[in-house]
Design a protein around this ligand. Structure first.
Ligand SMILES: NC(=O)c1ccc[n+]([C@@H]2O[C@H](COP(=O)([O-])OP(=O)(O)OC[C@H]3O[C@@H](n4cnc5c(N)ncnc54)[C@H](OP(=O)(O)O)[C@@H]3O)[C@@H](O)[C@H]2O)c1
Length: 132
């Protein structure tokens, strides 16, 4: 299966919606960029794409929707296996971050998040992942 350039996980949240809008903008100038959205509710992801399409005037009907839940390790790995870069907007990271980082490592995807959470940035998550 060929990988998408970018998958945004948590695309229905406050930060995720902003990331999707930015990707729509950037994608207009780069036809080689392929991307998808991921989250725990297909219906919610579809509604978010419909709203974004309406707001931007872009046809987003071909954007891939991936259903993945933090509580379902297999779904996270499958999601990460479909992305070159996984952008994680599913927070708070101190609660939900670690399984997603692990899945990105297992699924061989680059991992990016937007953390402003001191607990995650200083020690906890990174130390936990590297110690295993
Ligand atoms: N808000 C900011 O200004 C801001 C700024 C910088 C950084 N951040 C960071 O960005 C992260 C997200 O913040 P936010 O404000 O965007 O949060 P939010 O609006 O509450 O969005 C959280 C996202 O996580 C998803 N989610 C929650 N539990 C899930 C689960 N079990 N499986 C799959 N998806 C799940 C939610 O999906 P549903 O829609 O299905 O609930 C939603 O898409 C946080 O870690 C925060 O530190 C936020």
């Amino acid at each position: 299966m060929s990988r998408l350039s970018i998958v945004i996980f948590g695309a229905t949240g406050f930060t995720g919606k902003h990331a999707v809008r930015e990707l729509v903008r950037v994608g207009k100038a780069d036809s080689a960029l392929t991307w998808g959205v991921a989250g725990r509710s297909r219906d919610k992801l579809q509604s978010m794409l419909d709203e974004t399409s309406k707001a931007t005037g872009e046809d987003l009907s071909s954007v891939k929707i991936i259903v993945a839940d933090v509580g379902d390790e297999k779904s996270l790995k499958e999601m990460c296996s479909q992305a070159h870069v996984l952008v994680n907007c599913c927070g708070p990271y101190r609660h939900y971050g670690e399984p997603v980082v692990r899945a990105a490592i297992d699924g061989k995807a680059h991992y990016v998040d937007v953390s402003g959470e001191p607990q995650v940035m200083t020690a906890g998550l990174a130390a936990g992942v590297h110690s295993k």
